[in-house]
Design a protein around this ligand. Sequence first.
Ligand code: ZN
Length: 156
Amino acid sequence: MTHLRLTRQQIETMVGLSYESAPREACGLLTGQDEQVQCVLVAENIAADRGRYEINPEQLGGMLASMKQDGRDLLGIWHSHPGADARPSSTDSSQAFYPQTVYVIISVPREGNPRNFGPVLSGLGIDYAGDPGPAVLRGHLCTEAGGGWREVPLLT
Ligand SMILES: [Zn+2]
């Protein structure tokens, strides 16, 4: 996969949930066809540790089953990094179980939930300006299980 294509509304759903969940990480799946995301799925983060995410395994099973039934593929896994940059952590690498999937990471401030935010830049990733702080999205293709990464553009 060379890039991932999302709608602005899908991006704003993930950014909004990332702000709301901080300081806990928000997480979920991106399903669709080819490079086009059709659904942003929101998952329950059951990790005990604040600085991690773990999708409720029962919920994950249900999401993957309904995705197949609808003829969609797993294109991505998204999660937030409150107070950290939008790059895979060593934990993300050790838990990268889905090669050829794009891991979308959303950096948000550790605290604060702005009422309004909007896109300010569009490049390899997507940046948002909000009060109290910016959100940055980056896409990282998992090239091998256990943590080989290649940054891929997120396009709208
Ligand atoms: Zn992470």
